[in-house]
Design a protein around this ligand. Structure first.
Ligand code: ZN
Length: 360
């Protein structure tokens, strides 16, 4: 409830009418107003406006502040580019902005890792990550990354500590293609092996690490927890076309919400049993939610995806409760069976430098 609104407006009216009834002298005020109908009407309108405003405020959740962090140290997705090829901002921004208006969340959009300090992070209730690569680097290498200011190592630790101490974290899509475990930066055989205790602390926090994806395709998402916030919107046959992530290093204490049904998928990355694609877990006091969806524009505009993301945000922001009892072993018992490494095709040789024109 907003400050300034009585606990119950109609109870307030009740009090006023009984006050007038027991104090006939006070009736002089309404009688005087009756003699001035325009003023009386004006007061009624003002009163109705106040009632409407307060009633809306009473039904609204308290506003929350979320950092939508989209720095790309590796591949930069169209969804979060400041300007796509057509000059328009990435399609995720409009959806997040609308979600913020609907859910009373003030999103701060940023790609600046250098801001990550305990003091800066303290102002947010949760962090929403759509990032890639090692965020302590401006860019992973000469060809990938947006070259925005990196986090310091202390900034990364401040993020993880803020979550441990109770801030919410929501990751979409390439949030698991961020801070790879040691030796996992490139697509080498290590990418197809579990890292166990050696997994990066960020990977342990978010609950898994990206291996690879193959061609975009339709794939079924099996609902493991229909009661989790937002999941009632997921139809039983939900199988959108998407760039599906093959993942590893699953946190044993995760609560799986959606499962990637690999049985009809094509491509070596999906030659594996079913594994989690959306989940929630506690990281110390912090609530962590992740969904691997979020690459394609028609996923961002899909109301089912928006409901899943909105539910995850609501839970991470502590607006709703959910049972997040670990269930990985029960609903995706073979999630640790990983796909066999397939070497990527060799990169085409760089074109030979053009011959220096010789002046005749
Ligand atoms: Zn992607």
């Amino acid at each position: 409830m907003e400050a300034g609104c009585p606990p119950n407006l109609f109870a307030g009216f009740e009090t006023a009418s009984s006050f007038f009834a027991s104090n006939p002298a006070s009736l002089r005020l309404p009688i005087t107003l009756m003699k001035s109908p325009r003023r009386f009407l004006g007061l009624i309108v003002l009163g109705l406006l106040a009632i409407t405003a307060c009633a809306q405020a009473a039904g609204e959740p308290a506003r929350k502040k979320v950092l939508f962090f989209t720095k790309s140290s590796g591949f930069e997705h169209d969804a979060i580019k400041l300007a796509m090829k057509d000059g328009q901002p990435g399609y995720a921004y409009a959806v997040i902005k609308e979600l913020g208006e609907k859910k009373h969340i003030d999103f701060t959009f940023s790609k600046d890792g250098s801001l990550f300090t305990p003091e800066y992070l303290a102002q947010f209730d949760a962090f929403l990550f759509y990032t890639t690569g090692d965020l302590t680097l401006a860019r992973n290498d000469a060809v990938s990354g947006d070259n925005t200011p990196p986090m310091t190592a202390a900034g990364k630790e401040a993020l993880l500590q803020a979550i441990r101490h109770g801030k919410g974290f929501v990751g979409v899509h390439s949030a698991t293609d961020t801070f790879h475990s040691p030796g996992n930066k490139d697509h080498s055989p290590a990418r197809n092996l579990d890292d166990g205790d050696k997994a990066d602390p960020y990977v342990k926090m978010i609950g898994a690490e990206f291996i690879k994806h193959d061609a975009q395709q339709k794939a079924r998402q099996l609902v493991a927890d229909a009661k989790f916030p937002g999941i009632s919107a997921v139809p039983a046959d939900f199988a959108p076309n998407e760039e599906w992530y093959s993942l590893k290093d699953f946190a044993a204490d995760m609560h799986v919400i959606l499962v990637q049904d690999t049985s009809t998928m094509t491509g070596p990355s999906y030659a594996r049993p079913a594994f989690p694609s959306t989940w929630a877990r506690m990281h110390g006091q912090g609530r962590v939610f992740y969904t691997s969806m979020g690459h394609r524009e028609d996923i961002w505009t899909n109301p089912v995806f928006q409901a899943v993301l909105g539910g995850g945000l609501d839970w991470a922001l502590r607006r709703v409760e959910a049972d997040v009892t670990p269930n990985l072993a029960k609903v995706a018992p073979q999630a640790g069976v990983l796909p066999v490494f397939v070497a990527p095709p060799p990169k085409p040789a760089a074109p030979a430098p053009a011959a220096t024109p010789v002046k005749p």
